[in-house]
Design a protein around this ligand. Structure first.
Ligand code: ATP
Length: 569
């Protein structure tokens, strides 16, 4: 529909000069009978009005339907891009900045949108004007047309040269803007840290540097653009002047009527105008090409962790978990975070991982969740290599309670249903109750329907932890990956969290990065990590008796638990 309207509007546009010619020839017809001349004039005028009305209607149709298509395409692109992004795995996100990805979703997609909704329509309508106009010009007066065409090559060359420069500068601008946005995003997300350290000045300076760099690139783009437009216009007007001059001579020689000359001039302006827009369009399309290249780069990014095409089916796992001679080096790092680490947890047992900061505790958890694949060795669930499992099945069997729980914008119920979308209200209540969270949830202004997260009410750290535990209970996994919070809560809250955790851990295999005394004392097995290696394994009493790192850790943190002395964020 859009393309048809574009075509019709374009063709009518071309008919316009011809009707004007008829009108003028009727008005200036030498020696015609006055009544007939007036009738011819009236007829031509009427035709002109009708043409303009029809063209207005088709212009409306064109703008509307192409605009709608453009918006729909962009909405689809945004959805596809986000859906693809969120499906990528952890290593992809480790290697990239959040702000940059968000900028791809917004700025780059918007640039592509401009191309889709405007440039394509322009391309069709200007193409019709250009080709149709040239044909008509040749029919009207071939010699004059050849003269006019002598100025086309310069316009094209100028356009091509500028277009290439513009594309380069535009891409640079977008990149720098994305980098600056990433800085801003980081500073805003971490505003509490920024404030606590009084680092506003530093952040200001960093962002200003980023924006200045983008500004410099933008200036280059402005400079190129401001040269570009006058240069193209100059070429077009030079052409027009030459045509006027040569056409005037033909008219003087009696080879061209006044109507012919005016029609010719109008058509020439149309053609010159469409050539001008064409070169501008070309630049715009180049810009869009740069933006869409970045968008498609993201769409082309494949998950980095291979998925087994014929995975082993576990169903509900028994819950035996093991690391077998695992080494792991983060991408871009030389030092391995884990070196030849083995540990095993029998179904239903609790294995605590302890060690000083940087020992590799969080890395063990990340590998168990298959956020990364091992560099050497293997991680198994019920004796099956995680790489051989269907990721969805792995996720269904393994639950995760992180140190810091992220609450999504939405109600408490929404946040719980993340774990199991089909959970009934009664199941939500039961999970909340077992997590010692029911009482405080019911005290919230709208109970389970209270909005939390970024735009909702704030809940305390201990309450967040209990929501996380309720989440994990709802999911009912066989294996629990637990990253204990380093920051200790006040006594009452702490006791509530401990009770909830005990209920959560009952009957499941638990691998826990332990910071609390109670956890390590009760653990079936404690694995002591240092510098990415296992330095000791045993129960609390054995390890204490052996002395060594464990006792040192314990002594330095006696009372508070086995924390590494770094307060949580
Ligand atoms: P903490 O108790 O302080 O959280 P940890 O024992 O959990 O420490 P890990 O977070 O597992 O230690 O880190 C082990 C090593 O891996 C460290 O040297 C760390 O610098 C490195 N490391 C951790 N995460 C990454 C990452 N995403 N990219 C690169 N290196 C990382």
């Amino acid at each position: 529909m859009g393309v048809i309207s574009v075509a019709v509007a374009g063709v009518i546009g071309l008919a316009f000069p011809l009707v004007v010619r008829q009108l003028l020839d009727a008005a200036f017809a030498p020696g015609a009978e006055p009544g007939a001349a007036r009738r011819a004039l009236d007829g031509a005028m009427l035709l002109l009005v009708v043409l303009m009305l029809v063209q207005a209607a088709f212009n409306f149709l064109r703008t509307y339907s192409l605009g709608r298509t453009g918006e729909a395409v962009v909405a689809d692109l945004r959805k596809a891009l986000f859906s693809h992004l969120i499906g990528l795995d952890v290593p992809f996100f480790t290697a990239r900045k959040t702000g940059e990805l968000v900028s791809r979703l917004t700025a780059d997609v918007a640039t592509v949108q401009a191309a889709v909704s405007q440039a394509v329509a322009q391309l069709v309508s200007q193409g019709i004007t250009l080709v149709g106009g040239l044909v008509l010009l040749f029919v009207l007066e071939p010699r004059l047309t050849l003269v006019m065409l002598a100025v086309v090559p310069p316009v094209v060359v100028v356009g091509a040269v500028f277009g290439r420069g513009l594309r380069r500068v535009s891409a640079e601008f977008q990149d720098r803007l994305a980098a600056a946005s990433a800085d801003a995003e980081e500073a805003i997300a971490g505003v509490r840290v920024v404030k606590a350290f009084g680092a506003e000045g530093l952040e200001r300076a960093r962002y200003e540097r980023g924006v200045d760099a983008a500004f410099a690139a933008a200036l280059r783009r402005v400079r190129l653009r401001s040269l570009f437009v006058p240069a193209v216009l100059l070429c077009a007007f030079a052409g027009l002047a030459v045509v006027l001059w040569f056409g005037g001579r033909l008219a003087l020689a009696g080879e061209l009527s006044s109507g012919d000359l005016v029609a010719f001039l109008l058509l020439t302006m149309f053609v010159a105008g469409s050539l001008g827009t064409f070169t501008g369009l070309w630049a715009q399309l180049q810009e869009a090409a740069g933006a869409s290249r970045r968008v498609f780069e993201l769409l082309d990014a494949r998950p980095e962790l291979p998925v087994d095409p014929a995975p082993v089916r576990l169903g509900r796992a028994r819950g035996a978990v093991a690391l077998e001679g695992v080494s792991f080096t983060y991408p871009g790092r030389d030092e391995p975070a884990l070196a030849d680490v083995s540990l095993a947890a029998e179904p239903g047992s609790v294995v605590a991982v302890v060690g000083p900061s940087g020992a590799g505790k969080s890395t063990v958890l990340a590998l168990l969740l298959r956020f990364h694949d091992t560099t050497a060795g293997r991680v198994t669930l019920d004796g099956v290599d995680l790489r051989r499992l269907d990721p969805a099945e792995l996720r269904a069997n393994v639950g995760y309670v992180p140190q810091e729980t992220l609450l999504f914008s939405g109600s408490v119920a929404d946040n719980l249903r993340v774990a199991r979308p089909t959970a009934s209200d009664a199941e939500l209540r039961a999970a909340a109750e077992a997590a010692d969270a029911l009482a405080f949830i019911e005290e919230l202004p709208e109970g389970f329907d209270t909005l939390v997260g970024e735009r909702g009410v704030k809940v305390s750290g201990g309450q967040r932890q209990r929501i996380a535990i309720a989440r994990a209970l709802l999911k009912d996994p066989r294996v629990l990956i637990l990253d204990e919070a380093t920051s200790s809560l006040d006594g009452e809250s702490e006791a509530a969290v401990q009770r909830a955790l005990a209920r959560l851990m009952a009957g499941r295999t638990t691998i826990v990065v332990a910071h609390r005394l109670a956890t390590v004392v009760d653990a079936d097995r404690i694995v002591v990590l240092d510098g990415g290696r296992v330095v000791d394994v045993g129960r609390h009493a054995d390890l204490m008796a052996r002395g060594g790192l464990y006792r040192a850790l314990f002594a330095s943190q006696a009372g508070a638990g086995i924390v590494d002395g770094v307060p949580g964020p």
